[in-house]
Design a protein around this ligand. Structure first.
Ligand code: S3P
Length: 177
């Protein structure tokens, strides 16, 4: 599965640790790091909450798709952390399949709820984040499966463990510096 010329894309639910692991993986692999949520915010000049409030989820998803497709189209290989819902769009999934090795950071709703410390930037979560995370996980399971070349179960892994497991999954060995 080792394809150094392709992007490494991380998918998974909110709280699965995509941004943290992505940053460390980019260091490890000596690549650029792209966080799709950050690209959306920078492009819009507004926060995710503001985009949802003014353009709805649909507007956010359009911006997210544009940012993801642009990131994948860039020829210089990067580590790309996506937002939890990016896999819902079939166009995003085909772009990942064509231009990236995609790893799903999979976690159960208990672990996710424990890790999601803030609702800021996460308007998909309401009064009861655990129920929302459980429902969204179920709704999205097939999309994650469809998008991913490999799965890493992160429930019982610390940060370093996640990075090592992703490197193993993509066949990039144990390099973690
Ligand atoms: C979302 C996840 C968020 C962000 C937005 C929508 C989702 O990103 O893109 O709030 O639908 O799961 P993280 O997964 O980085 O929290």
């Amino acid at each position: 599965m080792s394809s150094p010329a392709r992007h490494l894309v991380l998918v998974g639910m909110m709280g699965s640790g995509k941004s943290t692991a992505g940053r460390q993986l980019a260091d490890s692999l000596d690549r650029r790091f792209v966080d799709v949520d950050d690209e959306v915010v920078a492009g819009a000049g507004r926060t995710i909450d503001e985009i949802f409030a003014s353009e709805g989820e649909e507007g956010f998803r359009r911006r997210e798709r544009d940012a993801l497709l642009a990131a994948v189209a860039d020829p210089s290989p990067a580590v790309i952390a996506t937002g939890g819902g990016a896999v819902l769009d079939p166009e995003n999934r085909s772009a990942m399949r064509a231009g990236a090795v995609t790893v799903w950071l999979r976690a159960g709703p208990e672990a996710l709820a424990g890790r999601v410390r803030t609702a800021r930037g996460r308007p998909m979560l309401g009064e009861d984040p655990y129920s929302d995370l459980r429902r969204l996980s179920l709704e999205r399971e097939h999309a994650y499966e469809d998008a991913a070349d490999a799965v890493v179960d992160v429930d019982h892994l610390d940060r370093r463990g996640v990075v090592e497991a992703v490197l193993r999954a993509i066949g990039a060995g144990e390099r973690t510096e």
